[in-house]
Design a protein around this ligand. Sequence first.
Ligand code: PMP
Length: 285
Amino acid sequence: YDDRDGKIWMDGTLVEWRDAKVHILTHALHYASSVFEGERCYNGKIFKSTEHSQRLLKSGELLDMPIPYTVEEINAAKDQVLAANGLTDAYVRAVAFRGAGDEMGVASLGNPVRLAIACWTWGAYYGDAKFKGAKLDIAKWKRPSPETIPTAAKAAGLYMICTMSKHAAMAKGCSDALFFDYRGYVAEATGANIFFVKGGEVHTPLPDAILNGITRQTVIGMLRAKGITVHERHIEAAELEGFEQCWLTGTAAEVTPVGQIGDYTFEVGALTREIATDYEKLVRA
Ligand code: PMP
C-alpha cells in the first residue's frame, strides 16, 4: 500500500502517497499511542462523517492524547483528500498518533499529536460471504475489561489480539473471529459488531466492553423503526445454539450475514437480507 500514486492528508497538507512517512522513533509505533477511524464514502458523501470525527476526538481524549483539530476541520480534511484522489466511493482511514519529538519513553507529553487521512477504493470486506454468510472462528483471546484498557476508544492497542485472532481464523478457512469478553459474554468480531435473531426478535451485546459501532447504532435504529424488538443485553456462549440468524455490522463489513460460528450454523434469513438491503439503501440515500 505504500508505493503508489495518490494523495494523503497529513497534518494539514496533502502529500504524495509514497511520501506520507513517519520517523522510526514515532511514539505510536513503540507504545500504541494511536487511535483511528474507518469510514465509507458513498456517492460522494461520507456516511456519518461527523459521528466518526466525534468518535476520533473522543478516542484521542480517552488516551490522554488531545487531537488538535475540530470536528469541522476533520470533516473538511476528509472531503479534501477524497477530492484530491478523485474518489466518490471509497474507504476513508483517519489515524491520530503521538509522533516523534522531545521525548522517547512511555511519557510523551512533548511529542506532537499528529493526524493523517488516507482513502482508497475498497469493496465488500468479507468478499462473497456477503451473500453466502460468513464463517467465524471463535477467538482464543478475550475482549478486555474496561478497567484494563479504554474499550470505548477505537485505539490501535485494542487491535493486537484482533490481528492475531483474524490470522488464526483465516488459517482455518474462516472469514473472521468472534470474541467473547473477559466475563465470557459474546462480544464482537475483529472489526465488526454482532447481531442475532430468534423468534422474530433481535439480540445484540451491550456495548460495555466492545466498540459501540456507528453501524451497530444505525442498524438498531432501523430495526426499532420497523417495530422489531431489539434486546441489548449480555449474551452467554451457550445461547449461540438457539439463535436462528446472525449478522455482523461495521463500516467496512456493512451488514454481512453469518452462516457459521464454530460448530453452530445460522440461516441467511429474510430479516438478515432485509436489513442488509435497507442499510445499503440508507448509506446511498
Ligand atoms: N468492533 C470493532 C472491534 C471494530 O473495529 C469495528 C469497526 N470500526 C466495529 C466494531 C464496528 O464499528 P463501526 O460500525 O463504527 O464501523
